[in-house]
Design a protein around this ligand. Structure first.
Ligand code: CA
Ligand code: CA
Ligand code: CA
Ligand code: CA
Length: 440
C-alpha cells in the first residue's frame, strides 16, 4: 500500500477549502505572459492600476500561493479577484488589489497599499455569518520576522472593500468554526519574543468588530512553528495542532476551544504538568494520516536505551487523537517511521513491546530486533533503501517497492525470533509523500 495521500492530507487538512479557487501560475514577472479572456482583463487592470513596472507577489505560506486569486466570494456565479504586487519605481510598496466583475468589465473594488515587502498568507473565512467570506491577509517583511494580520470585507454589492478596524502581529493564524456556532473565528499564535508572550488567542466577531474571546499560554521554549494543521480533532471539536521545534526536538501543541468551560485550551501545555508526550527527536508532523478527517498527532513511545554505535534506536510512533473531554491523547496506530526516506511500517500486534528498531547513520538501513530483557536480541528483518539504477548487489533482498529514485528492499532473517511473513511485511509497509515542513 502506498500512502501518498498522507502528507497531502496533512498539507490541506487545515485549510478552509473554498471551491473555484484558481491561480495564474507560478511566474513572478514584471510583465506576465499575455493571456486571454478573464485573466487577460484582470492582468490589464493590474497593469493600468500599477502603472509602470510591477512585480507580482506570491503568498509564502498557506493554501493560496498565487499572486492572483480568483474566487466567487458572494456566490453570484461571477468571480472576484485579489492580486498582490510590488511596485519597483519610486518608494517601493506592496499592493493588494481587489477586483470585481460588474457584468461588463473588471473594476477595482479596493487598492490597499502597505510598506510591508511580502505576503505571508491569505485566508478566506466568514466571521460575521453573512454568507460572504472576509479576506484575511498576513503581511510580512523580507526576513519574515514580523507578520501582521489585516482583515478586509466586501460591500454587499461587491463594488468596494473596507478594512476592518483590526490588526494583530502573529507567528501563525487560522480561521474556522472553533466554537460550534456556525461562524468562523480567527485563531492567532505567537512565539515568545522580547515583546510578545507565547500565546494563542481566539477572536470572535460582534457588532462590526473582532474581540478577543479567549486566550491560552503556549510553550515559550518553542523557537519555531514548523507545521500548523487546522481541522477536526474529534467528531465534535475543531482545533489546531502546531508542531514546533526547539534545539532539533519536535513537539506538538493542540489548541482547541473547550466548549463546556468556554475557554481556549492548549493540550498538553496548560492542561498537563507532565512532560509533553509528543516530544520527539524525529522530524514528523501531525496530520490526518488515515484520511478520516480527524488530525492525528505523533507520540513517540519509549525506546530502550541500547548502546549501539552504528545504529540509532528509533521509537515507535503512536499516532494519536485528542479526546477533548478528557484532554488526553488516545493511541490509534503504532508505526515505525523513517522520515528521511518517507516510509513507515505499521507494526503487527505481536511486535509491540517485544521488539526494538534501529536506523543506520545514513538512515538507509532499518533493522528490527527482538527485545531480550533490555538488550537487543536476534534480528527479525532488515529494510534497505538503495538508489534505483545502483549496480550494488543487494544479495538476499527482495523488492518492496520502487518510488522516485529509491528502491525499497527487505530481508527477513531465517532465524527470526518473532514470526513475520513476506505478506505481513509487505502489507505493513507504506510510502508517503515527503513533507518539506510547510505549514497549511
Ligand atoms: Ca461573485
Ligand atoms: Ca462575512
Ligand atoms: Ca464559530
Ligand atoms: Ca485521521
Amino acid at each position: 500500500m502506498r500512502l501518498k495521500t498522507m502528507l497531502l492530507a496533512l498539507l490541506v487538512s487545515g485549510s478552509i477549502l473554498l471551491s473555484g479557487c484558481a491561480g495564474f501560475g507560478d511566474d513572478s514577472l514584471l510583465h506576465p505572459p499575455k493571456t486571454t479572456g478573464k485573466e487577460a482583463e484582470i492582468e490589464k487592470l493590474i497593469g493600468e492600476t500599477a502603472g509602470g513596472g510591477y512585480m507580482l507577489k506570491y503568498p509564502r505560506s498557506g493554501q493560496y500561493r498565487s499572486a492572483v486569486v480568483t474566487e466567487d466570494f458572494n456566490n453570484d456565479k461571477k468571480d472576484e479577484a485579489i492580486a498582490f504586487y510590488r511596485t519597483g519605481t519610486g518608494e517601493p510598496s506592496t499592493h493588494m488589489l481587489v477586483m470585481y466583475d460588474n457584468g461588463k468589465n473588471w473594476k477595482i473594488a479596493g487598492d490597499y497599499e502597505t510598506k510591508f515587502t511580502d505576503i505571508d498568507r491569505v485566508v478566506f473565512a466568514d466571521i460575521d455569518l453573512d454568507g460572504l467570506s472576509e479576506i484575511f491577509v498576513g503581511f510580512t517583511g523580507f526576513t519574515g520576522a514580523i507578520n501582521e494580520l489585516r482583515i478586509f470585507d466586501f460591500s454587499e454589492d461587491m463594488s468596494s472593500v473596507s478594512e476592518l478596524d483590526f490588526s494583530a502581529s502573529y507567528s501563525g493564524f487560522t480561521a474556522d468554526d472553533y466554537d460550534r456556532d456556525g461562524a468562523s473565528e480567527l485563531l492567532t499564535f505567537s512565539l515568545k519574543t522580547a515583546d510578545t508572550d507565547a500565546e494563542a488567542r481566539l477572536y470572535d466577531y460582534a457588532d462590526g468588530a473582532l474581540y478577543s474571546l479567549s486566550s491560552c499560554e503556549m510553550d515559550p521554549e518553542i523557537g519555531r512553528y514548523d507545521n500548523i494543521c487546522s481541522g477536526r480533532l474529534s467528531d465534535e471539536t475543531k482545533g489546531v495542532v502546531i508542531d514546533g521545534v526547539k534545539d532539533s526536538v519536535y513537539s506538538s501543541q493542540v489548541i482547541f476551544y473547550d466548549y463546556a468551560e468556554a475557554e481556549l485550551r492548549n493540550y498538553p501545555y496548560t492542561t498537563s504538568k507532565k512532560r509533553n508526550p509528543t516530544v520527539r527527536s524525529m522530524k514528523i508532523f501531525s496530520g490526518d494520516i488515515d484520511n478520516d478527517d480527524i488530525i492525528e498527532i505523533p507520540k513517540a513511545g519509549e525506546a530502550p536505551a541500547l548502546s549501539t554505535e552504528e545504529e540509532t534506536v528509533i521509537p515507535v510512533i503512536n499516532w494519536s487523537t485528542l479526546n477533548s473531554e478528557t484532554a488526553k491523547l488516545t493511541d490509534d496506530k503504532s508505526c515505525l517511521m523513517n522520515p528521511d526516506f518517507s516510509y513507515y511500517l505499521t507494526l503487527p500486534e505481536s511486535f509491540k513491546d517485544t521488539t526494538v528498531a534501529t536506523l543506520s547513520k545514513d538512515s538507509r538501513t532499518l533493522k528490527v530486533y527482538a527485545l531480550s530483557g533490555d538488550e537487543k536480541g536476534g534480528l527479525i528483518f532488515t529494510i534497505k533503501v538503495s538508489d534505483v539504477g545502483s549496480a550494488k548487489k543487494m544479495s538476499g533482498y527482495k523488492t518492496l517497492e520502487s518510488y522516485n529514485q529509491y528502491r525499497y528492499t527487505y530481508k527477513i532473517d531465517e532465524n527470526m525470533p518473532i514470526y513475520i511473513s513476506d505478506t505481513m511485511l509487505k502489507e505493513s509497509f507504506s510510502i508517503y509523500e515527503t513533507s518539506s515542513g510547510t505549514d497549511i
